[in-house]
Design a protein around this ligand. Structure first.
Ligand code: HGY
Ligand code: MN
Ligand code: MN
Ligand code: MN
Length: 397
């Protein structure tokens, strides 16, 4: 077995279901198990371990003579519900192994090299994507974060406190200690046909909560013409989002819905749908949202329902550091593909504050956020080598 398969298998059962992927939500038992693994791994590898106020875990290689801001690599350990194994953890496992490789090569960095594992990257529990990195960079209000609730009504503050984390410590962390951030991640479509590529940019994207209200009533006795059914407005919104995304060359998805009272024989009184929308430019995304807002409001008036659309989290256009992209391509070979992605990442949040770049590892299925997400071991090994080469380039001079 390779060093990669060995370490990968240490976490491959954590949060796994028999046939339906991984459920590793922030501040839950499986995520805690991953946290325990991360800490043990850091200590075993003689890296300094710490957890900051946003519950980001850090493992630092600080060899004698290393000074100044660190080169940081890392990703996240949480997953979407019933997601794949690679989205997030691949960047963490690769980071430990890249440091191992650099040590084996006798490389001595002049700057510390740190691994970061950010919390609630998927926003699968509390709705806000990249919450840990947003809090760190001061782009999300800690007060608002503490009050976020999950599907069971548990607040984020309560969820954190359940693991003895102090919610009062949420908030910005000085970024002056970071010279550069490199996130290695599984590629999430079919865009990469060689083992490793370099990220160029992230599509602007966001999440919008759509609340539809109508009148709950009996399914058998309410005349069809008397109904004020929010499910109809919701269904219209889903179809309109799909249709308009196609005409705008954008992506729109409604992957989550809540219905009240959720009974087969009752016209619902409330439906909430969550829209995820992404486009190549902010102008395209804004145009898509504006058009949809108008169409859905018109439809609601016709249905006798109401709709309110609220942004839960948004990320503008992200372009990674040209200088870092050039250095990655120089180190990895001039033929290395440089590609954009429609997926969001902590790297996207950090790129507004520190020089940032991403490395992508080929995904042979093109599936992500689902159990079919894959990366071949050989490609992951190539990813570790690439990350080690890039860290050496950034941390040794
Ligand atoms: O949703 C996303 O794009 C990311 O994987 N968090
Ligand atoms: Mn993801
Ligand atoms: Mn991810
Ligand atoms: Mn009845």
């Amino acid at each position: 077995m390779s060093a990669f398969t060995d370490l990968w298998h240490e976490i491959s059962d954590i949060g796994g279901t028999a046939k339906d992927g991984y459920v590793r939500l922030a501040w839950t038992p499986p995520e805690w198990e991953l946290r325990t693994w991360f800490e043990a791994e850091a200590r075993y590898r003689d890296l300094e371990f710490e957890v900051d106020g946003n519950t980001t875990m850090w493992a630092t290689w600080n060899p004698a003579g290393a000074t100044g801001p660190a080169v940081v690599t890392g990703s996240h350990l949480d997953s979407v519900p019933h997601g794949g194994a690679y989205d997030g953890p691949l960047g963490i496992v690769s980071a430990f192994l890249a440091i191992e490789l650099l040590r084996a090569r006798g490389v001595t960095p002049v700057r510390p090299v740190r691994i970061a594992a950010f919390a609630e990257e998927e926003g699968s529990r509390f709705g806000v994507a990249c919450l840990g990195s947003r809090l760190m960079t001061g782009t999300f209000d800690p007060e608002r974060a503490r009050a976020l609730t999950d599907a069971a009504g548990v607040t984020l503050a309560e969820a954190m406190a359940g693991y003895d984390f102090d919610p009062a410590r949420l908030g910005p962390v000085p970024l002056t200690g970071i010279a550069a951030f490199v996130e290695l991640h599984v590629e999430q479509g079919r865009a990469l046909t060689v083992p490793v590529g370099v990220g160029s940019s992230i599509w602007p994207h966001g999440r919008w909560r759509m609340d539809f209200t109508g009148e709950g009533n009996h399914a058998g006795t309410t005349l069809m013409g008397d109904r004020r059914d929010p499910m109809l407005t919701y269904a219209f919104a889903v179809l309109a989002a799909n249709k308009d995304a196609r005409t705008h060359g954008a992506h729109a998805t409604v992957g989550r819905v809540a219905v009240h009272p959720n009974a087969t024989n009752a016209i619902p009184s409330r439906v909430t749908g969550w829209l995820d929308a992404r486009a190549a430019t902010t102008a395209m995304l804004d145009e898509l949202l504006a058009g949809l807002g108008t169409k859905i409001a018109t439809r609601a008036a016709k249905d006798g329902t109401t709709v309110t659309i609220t942004a839960e989290s948004t990320t503008g256009e992200v372009g990674f550091s040209d200088r870092l992209i050039d250095r990655c391509v120089t180190v990895l070979g001039e033929k290395t593909p440089v590609l954009p992605t429609g997926a969001g990442h902590d790297a996207g949040v950090l790129s507004g504050f520190v020089p940032t770049v991403m490395l992508f590892v080929r995904n042979p299925t093109g599936v992500s956020h689902a159990p079919g997400e894959r990366a071949d071991d050989e490609d992951c090994e190539a990813g570790v080598e690439a990350l080690a080469d890039v860290l050496a380039e950034l941390a040794c001079r």
